[in-house]
Design a protein. Structure first.
Length: 334
C-alpha cells in the first residue's frame, strides 16, 4: 500500500474550494430520469448527455473529481476522445462506482446489503489502467421501527472494510458511502440516532481491519428529518445535528468528508452544505459530492432542447459554483 499516494489523491479531491460531481447513475436510473423528461433511452443519448457534463468549460474551478459509472468510463466524445482523458486534461480526478447495487438482507425485512466484492480487485486494476484514482461504494439504510437492524449495520460495515482494503491495496482511494435514506416520516432526532450508531460501527470496523483512515473519504448523508415528516428541518438544525454526529463518530485523521444530496431539493442541499461549513474550524475538510443537485436544471434544459448544449453547461457551472461557495460557508440565497 502506497500511503503517500493515497494521501496525495485525497488532498486533490478535497482541495478548497472544490467538491466532487457524481455522474455515476446506473443505466436503469439514467433511463428512468430520461423517460420522465421525454428523452429516448439509448446508449447514444446517455453518451451525449454525459459528454455535456464532462466537457463543461471551466468546471475544474469548482469540481475536483467526477464519479463515473462502468458504461461512462468507457465512453468517448463525438470526436473520439475518451471522457477520462478530457477530465485528466482539466486536472480532474477520475472516480468509479464499483458496487453492484443492493439486495435484500434475509431474514431482516426491509434491510439491504450491497454486492460487488467478487472480482473487485481485477475490476479496479482495469479501471486504474483507464485512469481512475478513486472509487465509491454505497450502502443504504431505511429508518423504521424495524430497520436498520444491528445485523445489517454490521454486515455492511464488514463489506465496507473489505472494499476499502482492496481499493487501498490497488492504490485507489476508497469513498465509503453509508446513506441513511431520506424516505420516511422519521424525525431529525431519529436520523441522528441511526446515523450515529451506523458511523460508530462503520469506523470501529474499518479501524479493526487496519484501513488507512487518512487515505479514504466518507460520503455521508446529512442528519435530516424524513421527507414525509410533519416537521421539516431548518438548515441550521441540520448543520448543528450533522456536525455534532460527525465530530463524535468520525476520526479526526480521516482524509475528508463529502455530503450526498440524497433526495433534498437542489437549493436545500446547497443551503444545508453552507450551514455546515459555518461551523468552522473542523478537524477534517468538508465538501460536497452531489449528483442531481448539480445536474437537475441542466438535464431539464437539455431535455427541452438537446441542441442547446451551451445553456445546459452554463447551468451546470452555476450549480457547481453555488456549491463551491457553500463549501466555504459563503453561499448567499438570492
Amino acid at each position: 500500500m502506497n500511503k503517500e499516494k493515497l494521501v496525495e489523491t485525497v488532498s486533490r479531491l478535497m482541495a478548497i474550494p472544490k467538491g466532487i460531481l457524481a455522474i455515476d447513475e446506473s443505466t436503469s436510473t439514467c433511463n428512468t430520469r430520461f423517460e420522465k423528461l421525454g428523452i429516448i433511452s439509448s446508449e447514444e443519448n446517455r453518451r451525449v448527455y454525459r459528454e455535456l457534463l464532462v466537457t463543461t468549460p471551466g468546471i475544474e474551478q469548482y469540481i475536483s473529481g467526477y464519479i463515473l459509472y462502468d458504461e461512462t468510463i468507457r465512453q468517448k466524445t463525438k470526436e473520439g476522445k475518451s471522457f477520462t482523458s478530457v477530465l485528466q486534461e482539466k486536472g480532474i480526478d477520475v472516480g468509479i462506482k464499483v458496487d453492484m447495487g443492493t439486495k435484500d438482507f434475509s431474514p431482516h425485512l426491509g434491510d439491504k446489503i450491497t454486492e460487488g466484492l467478487v472480482g473487485l480487485a481485477e475490476r479496479l486494476q482495469e479501471y486504474k489502467e483507464m485512469g481512475a484514482t478513486f472509487a465509491k461504494w454505497r450502502a443504504i439504510y431505511t429508518i423504521s421501527k424495524e430497520t436498520p437492524s444491528e445485523a445489517c449495520v454490521q454486515a455492511n460495515a464488514d463489506i465496507f472494510a473489505e472494499y476499502a482494503q482492496i481499493c487501498q491495496n490497488e492504490g485507489i482511494v476508497p469513498i465509503v458511502e453509508p446513506e441513511i435514506l431520506i424516505d420516511g416520516d422519521h424525525t431529525i432526532e431519529q436520523c441522528f440516532d441511526v446515523t450515529s450508531r451506523n458511523l460508530d460501527v462503520v469506523f470501529k470496523t474499518l479501524k479493526a481491519k487496519n484501513i488507512f483512515i487518512p487515505g479514504m473519504i466518507l460520503k455521508t448523508s446529512m442528519v435530516i428529518s424524513g421527507n414525509e415528516s410533519l416537521k421539516l428541518s431548518p438548515a441550521n438544525d441540520v448543520a448543528k445535528m450533522t456536525i455534532k454526529c460527525l465530530l463524535k463518530y468520525v476520526p479526526k485523521e480521516i482524509g475528508g468528508i463529502v455530503f450526498l444530496s440524497g433526495g433534498q431539493e437542489d437549493d436545500e442541499a446547497t443551503r444545508n452544505l453552507n450551514a455546515t461549513n459555518a461551523h468552522s474550524p473542523l478537524p477534517w475538510p468538508l465538501t460536497f459530492s452531489y449528483g442531481r443537485a448539480i445536474q437537475n436544471k441542466a438535464l431539464m434544459s437539455w431535455a427541452k432542447n438537446p441542441f442547446d448544449i451551451s445553456t445546459a453547461q452554463k447551468l451546470i457551472l452555476v450549480a457547481a459554483k453555488a456549491n463551491s461557495l457553500a463549501r466555504m460557508g459563503e453561499y448567499k440565497t438570492t
